[in-house]
Write a protein that binds this ligand. Structure first.
Ligand code: ZN
Length: 86
């Protein structure tokens, strides 16, 4: 008899995703209050700036800056996946 070690595999991986396939990240309107935008982006108000593509608000400055906003990045990735698969 061979002893078989059975261990449960976690069925739910604790993975945080920013954007999903069917739920595009929200663009933050340029008219949005900077303080509110900073809260959404989880950064300081003085790190908030305009996305060069869509002029939406993004975390433009400071550590972990994302010059291209999440909405544009998601669109770009979607386009890349559609055109360059393989
Ligand atoms: Zn953008």
């Amino acid at each position: 008899m061979i002893p078989v070690a059975v261990h449960e595999l976690p069925c739910r991986a604790d993975v945080r995703t920013v954007g999903t396939m069917d739920g595009m990240p929200r663009r933050i309107e340029p008219s949005t209050d900077r303080t509110a935008a900073a809260r959404m982006l989880d950064c300081a108000p003085d790190e908030v700036g305009y996305c060069p593509r869509c002029q939406g608000l993004t975390r433009r400055y400071g550590r972990g800056a994302q010059i291209i906003c999440t909405a544009c990045r998601a669109a770009e990735e979607a386009g890349r996946a559609a055109s360059g698969a393989g």
